[in-house]
Design a protein. Sequence first.
Length: 250
Amino acid sequence: MSSEKLQKLDEDIARLDKIIRKTESFTNNEYDYPEMNKDQATGGTQTEKELSNPVKIGKVDKIIMENKKLREQINKLETTVAVLNSTAASKENNLHTVLKSQKELERALAKKVTELKHIITESEKYKDSAFGRIAFLEQTCEKLMRKITVQNDELAAVKEKYSQLKKKIFGTEKKNNKLKELHKNDEEETKTHDAKVKVNDKSTSKVEMVNKEVQVQGIFDDYCYDNIIANLFFLPSPPSSPVSSRCTWK
């Protein structure tokens, strides 16, 4: 209950108490303890005359009953005031508790706000660092892309060179195969010639043999040159023969 209502109750109790005291003072002074001064004219006191008056008696009884009711009402009001005071005290205690909790919550909130400010500050720092890192990575990516482009160009050049070498090796292989076939034919011709020389013409002059050998040597000089080129490209060498052992660098 508000302080205004409590104040009004206190005023009502004070007013009723004043009425009761005034009434009790009137009855005590004039009826319960009457003055004993004799009235010379009547031979009795004034109070005794009033007490003998029925109207006065009824009026006093009525006042007494009203005072009793007022006292009961005052008691009820005092009880209500006591209850209200107790409730107010309890409410005040609760209010103090709430205020205490509120202060604790305010302190906790202030702590959280400080923590959030710290987190925001650190986030700003990290964001700046992250932006710097991103810029560095973007520059690195650009450099790598340029390097990859250069490497792709170099790789294309190497592939072109490899293709040319492959064509050259293929041509060399074809030439080597022809040389192998020529070498085989020359071997057969040499064997046939040697057989003919031994059987039919043992008396062939030394000059003719030298001339024949010179002719054969000219054929195999070309063969030896191609054979050396084939070895440079790791191609299989032609089969060995008595003539191939005579291949020499010019």
